[in-house]
Ligand binder design. Sequence first.
Ligand code: SF4
Ligand code: SF4
Length: 546
Amino acid sequence: MSGKVYPIPGGLHPAEYKDISNDRPILVAPLSERYVVPLRQHIGEPARLLVKPGYSVLKGQLIGAPEGRISAAVHAPTSGRVIAVEPRPVAHPSGLPDQCVVIEADGQDTAVEMQPIAWRDLIPCELHQRLANMGLAGQGGAVFPSHVKLAPSPIPIETLILNGAECEPWITCDDRLMRERATEILQGAEIMRHALGASRILVGIEDNKPEAAQAMQAACDQLKLGNAEVTVVPTRYPSGGAKQLTQLLTGLETPSGKISTDIGIQVFNVGTAYALYRAVELGEPMLSRIVTITGHVAQPVNIEARLGTPIEELIRLAGGELPEASGHLIGGPMMGFELNDTAAPVVKAVNCVITKNLALFPHHPPAMPCIRCGQCALVCPASLQPFEMYWHAKSKNFDKARAYALLDCIECGCCSHVCPSHIPLVDFYRFAKSEIIAADRASQASEIARQRHEFQLLRQEREKREKAERLGKKATERLDSGAVAADDPEAARKKAILEGAIERARQAKEAARPQNTENLTPEQQQQVDEIEARRTAPPQDTETQA
Ligand code: SF4
Ligand code: SF4
């Protein structure tokens, strides 16, 4: 076991707190009375609603269809009746409610007919089409629709990386999944390899999960997977970032502004591979996921929960909160966010719920001025200069922040974690990024409007010219046909005028081109080039932890 490990910059090793939840087998949650299924559970457009209150549904029935290119389907987690379609509290950093389908379970758990997919008989394009309605989305954090990542890529994918690093403290759902269902995960990986046309599989697992690494290696041997390697990497946050794991396992650095696929590598979380196995081999769309319930609860545990299960039910299954709980985090302490309402349901992105108390999660001290100590730069895994980006984000100098490669920041939180001035640096980066992205969108929209306006002017000019040409030609034909006497000097004069008009129209046609892109200054030309590059660039997967 274990291939070569390459060095990566930055990172740190915060207290793990993994052993309190990783020693018990995965608990399968019993059927709930009610499920709340948000239509938006992934990056991209929310699913298009297909049901109304009063409809009866079966387990696995499509209740929301993917809308647009980056979108994923949602399905009924059990059989029952739709009792409402309305905004409900959801697990989202904004804390805002979102549109959900509320299903009252009938207790029968009757499923639609689920047909396995004979994937070996399908070429990658066909397999991709069959997966589009399975609702698969990345389970490592970014929740990018998986069928999009599995689509044929313009850049050939040579290497598939399975991300089992699980580098965030507290979270152990991937650890338990690898220990208990390694064979299914690797069968999913084999399907991914086929879909991507990749030749090799690399599995990366941190060295604080020896049982998981052994289970994955044993499954690899049992399945006789060719050109597949399980590699144990040092426990160092954020080794599970897609770019970081890529560099750890291959030594290849993903260039600034690019993603792993740009260098022929696709990264998936082990949970996503497991969900793909179920979708293809069992015909089951994504209906559940493993969630770590940990922190200040009686019996921290990993639970296999159906999507739509209220989080408060999972906390009860973990023995309930202990006295003096002070709130809840979704995800880990480094990249997670506060949960406002435990009535919010489990969605595809929810990998961990941490119940807090003040001993484990004391109040954040007030931020002090930056002392330019440089600690943040030392731990940055993207080799950025966090304090410079902070200055420019704080002063709303977004162009400067972008020049310091703000968009390469993976929001890992290492810089905030070590900052002696307790500055919430990542909050400033998120704010600046959202402003930059909004400005880019506005600029794209105005560029499109400018192009449309220019096109409209050109079209009007062309129509005028063509009309003049048609009229001129008609008049000339009348003169040439003898309808007017050839020796008539007045007719000859008119003919000369018409021929002149036709010639002028022809010359105007040759000279016609957009007038507002001439004589540009170098700065203006650079702006035009940047806008053109953005306009033609394909949409990118912003996934940080596949
Ligand atoms: S760690 Fe904090 S105080 Fe030190 S340079 Fe970075 S932002 Fe400034
Ligand atoms: S949050 Fe961004 S700037 Fe801070 S350490 Fe992580 S990648 Fe670097």
